[in-house]
Design a protein around this ligand. Structure first.
Ligand SMILES: C[S@@+](CC[C@H](N)C(=O)[O-])C[C@H]1O[C@@H](n2cnc3c(N)ncnc32)[C@H](O)[C@@H]1O
Length: 500
């Protein structure tokens, strides 16, 4: 059963500092017509009314119960209109948007990742110029900007993924060309009572609609971050806050129009100016999925973390040496091959997991709808495994003669002699700064890894780092640990090469 709270994504903004910061950003004078596209229980409406009793507010809410509560709460106020409707498909709203909008101000905390069935998503995508419809908050943002009149203001609290994720490229272009952004505050989702999604931070964006494309490009806005507490929102003068002044045309010039919000200008400049990226010198691919890991994936011992659901492998049936690259499976009974899974381990992962790989099963994997026998030309080759999701920093471990699963991005340098240098690079703070600037969430999907800038080390740097990484790998194989001084030296050389 999907709960009502999950269906409607009804996480109300029960935080006084967030609400008052957002209302201050609207800078109302009481004569406006305001739109609240997903009103909940009226968290934004009440404080606006406290200041301006006669202000006109149109509030939409999809949930019948919430809507009834709103109607009875504001029944005596003629200036407040409540409508039970789906903001994303409301025809009247769509019509007034097509006429150029009518609202002076919009304020919202729209549903994030709202639950919709797939037919619904396909219709939405059509209706919203092909914008990505899985994450509905960007559609609320799009529709709300449309609903503003010229010069109308908008303040939204939403996850920060629209600033960087590939799928939100369309909405970025739309915002950058049809509005003047005022400021974007970035802060942890834990500031929001009852919400803490690990995958991203929250943002409050404020902007003004403008049809003057040229002045929009010239507009400079602020990204503000490094708040220590939620109460600091709006206190822009505090010294410890990072404030970046960014011109909209510079964002539009970035690949995919991404907002580069790294305080160190060297990092952003490196990304913008790079002539060669990881994607130019490496193949970056995701790995294998059996379609039914519970039956097909085996673990070396029950002592291994997260192994509860899996059976122990029959050790005499393991083929450790897969250098013959058995892409069509194994005939001789030693049917289990080592596979590298997600989990943040640096440099070398012990062989703890094994995939059933008999010829019969591989034939099945190739045809099965659930299985993913994808990018097989890279199976059992020498490369670097990067977990798709990193806990804190990005990590990489060597893969050789093994499979890698779909939670891993396998990196295969076109020139094999770069492999140890790159292994050091992917484990370095320099690389972490680059990927977290390209995409601040903890996601390392191949699309982001491919655009990390690559600077060629000179022969000496490559040689020293290669030797040191080989030593580190040997140490990890023997003891599970390594000399952190070696790692620190590598990191220093890479920081010198990149300048951060
Ligand atoms: C995250 S809550 C925020 C509510 C309120 N604005 C606040 O900040 O406390 C989102 C609200 O949007 C409503 N909602 C969800 N999908 C909607 C839709 N398609 N159209 C209108 N409202 C919707 C939910 O019922 C919920 O009350």
């Amino acid at each position: 059963m999907v709960s009502e709270q999950r269906i409607f994504q009804a996480y109300y903004t029960k935080s006084e500092p967030i609400v008052s910061y957002m209302i201050d950003l609207l800078d109302l004078n009481g004569t406006e017509t305001v739109f609240e596209p997903c009103a909940g229980d009226g968290v934004f409406i009440d404080p606006i009314l406290d200041k301006y009793q006669d202000i006109k507010i149109d509030a939409f809410e999809l949930n019948e119960n919430a809507c009834d509560t709103l109607k009875s709460k504001y029944q005596d106020l003629e200036n407040i209109s409540i409508k039970q409707t789906d903001t994303l498909t409301d025809l009247e709203l769509e019509f007034l948007c097509s006429m150029g909008g009518k609202y002076d101000a919009v304020i919202a905390n729209p549903p994030y990742g709202a639950w919709r069935n797939t037919i619904d998503r396909a219709t939405l995508k059509k209706r919203f110029n092909g914008f990505y419809a899985k994450e509905s908050y960007s559609l609320f943002l799009y529709r709300s900007i449309e609903s503003l009149n010229e010069g109308g203001k908008l303040v939204f609290i939403i996850p920060d993924t629209y600033l960087n994720l590939n799928m939100h490229k369309g909405i970025r272009k739309y915002i950058l060309s049809t509005t003047r952004i005022k400021e974007i505050a970035l802060f942890p989702s834990s500031y929001f009572p009852g919400v803490n999604f690990g995958y991203a931070n929250l943002s409050i964006i404020s902007l003004e609609k403008s049809s003057d494309y040229k002045s929009n490009l010239d507009n400079t806005f602020k990204i503000i971050k490094d708040y220590k507490t939620v109460e600091e929102l709006g206190s822009n003068k505090l010294k410890h806050l990072t404030k970046l002044n960014i011109q909209q045309k510079n964002v539009l010039n970035n690949d995919g129009y991404i907002f580069l919000a790294n305080a160190n200008p060297n990092v952003s400049a490196c990304i913008k100016q790079a002539k060669t990226n990881i994607g130019d010198i490496c193949d970056c691919v995701t790995g294998f999925y059996s379609g039914n890991d519970k039956d097909r994936l085996k673990v070396l011992s029950k002592k291994i973390r997260n192994s509860k659901r899996y059976d122990e492998v029959e050790k005499e049936k393991i083929t450790y040496d897969c250098s013959s690259r058995p892409l069509d499976g194994i005939e001789n009974g030693k049917i289990y091959v080592p596979i590298v899974k997600g989990g943040n381990v640096r440099y070398y992962k012990a062989d703890n997991w094994f995939m059933e790989w008999s010829s019969d099963l591989v034939r099945f994997y190739k045809k099965d709808k659930k299985a993913r026998y994808q990018n097989p030309s890279f199976y059992f080759r020498k490369g670097i495994a990067i977990p798709m999701v990193s806990s804190s920093s990005i990590t990489g471990a060597i893969i050789e003669n093994r499979l890698f699963d779909q939670s891993i991005v396998g990196i295969f340098p076109k020139k094999e002699d770069l492999i140890y240098y790159l292994l050091a690079f992917f484990n370095s703070p320099t690389c972490n700064k680059l990927i977290r600037t390209i995409n601040p969430s903890t996601n390392n999907s191949s699309n982001y890894i491919k655009v990390i800038p690559f600077l060629q080390p000179n022969n000496k740097q490559k040689k020293v780092i290669t030797e040191s990484i080989k030593l580190i790998i040997e140490q990890v194989k023997i003891s599970g640990d390594y000399d952190i001084n070696l790692e620190a030296e590598n990191n220093k050389m890479i920081a010198v090469l990149y300048g951060f």
